[in-house]
Design a protein around this ligand. Structure first.
Ligand code: 3EB
Length: 325
């Protein structure tokens, strides 16, 4: 798999060239439209000319509908998209979408690799509870009731991102695999599913990364959090450095060896990045700090403007290391 970030001008030619091999195509847009069969629309504003993220597979892909859910498969991997308008409330919508995810997971004997949650108006607290917290209650409830469990009866929790969207339906993208992945946490950070109730009545359900042998390492949305607390309030530069430090340790040999993974990685191994920036005025400094850290290695990244799930977080960074077997 290879991930490309492309501009409006390049889009139609690119799709023509790679026809039949497109595993995942996302447009980051100000619009609130529903996704179409071949193009996911994330209502997240692009900050640079690159506004499409396209995953191109080496093998021909198969487009299908699994239980009315738009899905694509390529070898060991399956990607499915779930979206729904909020009929009752966000908690209930989240619960129902996750219930559906778990039913497909079990029926088709799949594993969870990585999840992207696009939560409309994530920080809004005009209702009973901040919307990210409502989302977490629904997600947690579905997980407790229907989530996958290991042989010790412990919940299996994959990598994820939980980010804001400008509006529209709740959208969830799920990467499944036929082979068993390994879910990884970070010794600098409390596992998100063990966060205290300081951050909401129910914790967010995700691990810090997921490793899928012969495919790659999927790094969750990572922020300037150490332990469970946000560090460097108001400081774009320091939050970026702290975030990169978290990723560095997460993917290092020192951490991965505890999960039976034969080697470690460094930041330059990350094949594609997403950077979410809360304030446009902080974008230049965040980008400079990010590029500085990678030195001579020119990263493949997309730069997005988005609310992050805690008001004091100014930047969130995620990435993937696609390995060749
Ligand atoms: C954090 O570390 C930052 O709710 O699925 C990162 C990745 C974050 C995933 C999610 C939230 C989620 O807590 C926020």
């Amino acid at each position: 798999m290879k991930v490309y970030f492309i501009t409006e001008n390049e889009y139609s030619e690119f799709m023509k060239i790679h026809k039949g091999y497109i595993f995942r195509a996302i447009e980051f847009t100000h619009s609130l439209e529903k996704s179409t069969a071949l193009l996911s629309k994330a209502s997240v504003a692009p900050l640079a000319e690159q506004k499409y993220e396209i995953w191109v597979s080496e093998k021909k892909v198969k487009n299908s509908t699994i239980d009315e859910v738009t899905s694509v498969s390529s070898g060991n991997l399956i990607y499915s998209r779930f979206e729904d308008d909020e009929k009752l409330n966000l908690e209930n919508t989240t619960y129902n979408l996750y219930k559906k995810i778990f039913s497909i997971l079990k029926k088709n004997n799949l594993n969870l690799v990585r999840i992207w949650n696009y939560v409309p108006n994530i920080l809004d607290e005009s209702g009973t509870l901040e919307r990210y917290r409502q989302f977490n209650i629904g997600r947690n409830k579905a997980w407790e009731e229907f989530g996958p469990k290991d042989t010790n009866n412990k919940l299996i929790i994959p990598a994820a991102s939980g980010i804001g969207a400008l509006g529209g339906p709740l959208k969830i993208g799920v990467l499944f695999s036929k082979e068993k992945p390994v879910h990884i946490n970070n010794p600098r950070q409390i596992s998100a599913y063990n966060y205290s109730n300081k951050y909401g009545p129910k914790p967010p359900m995700f691990s810090r990364a997921t490793y899928l042998p012969n495919v790659g390492l999927f790094i969750s949305g990572t922020a300037s959090i150490v332990g469970e607390n946000s560090l460097h309030h108001g400081d774009h530069k320091k939050q970026t450095i702290e975030t990169m430090r978290n990723i560095e340790l997460l993917i290092s040999k020192k951490n991965l060896v505890n999960y039976g993974i034969p080697k470690g990685y460094s930041l330059k191994d990350i094949t594609d990045w997403r950077i979410y920036v809360k304030d446009i005025y902080g974008a230049k400094l965040i980008e400079k700090t990010f590029l500085n850290k990678l030195k001579e290695n020119k990263p493949n990244y997309i730069f997005l403007h988005d609310d992050i799930c805690r008001d004091n977080l100014l930047v969130e960074i995620e990435g993937t290391i696609f390995t060749k077997s």
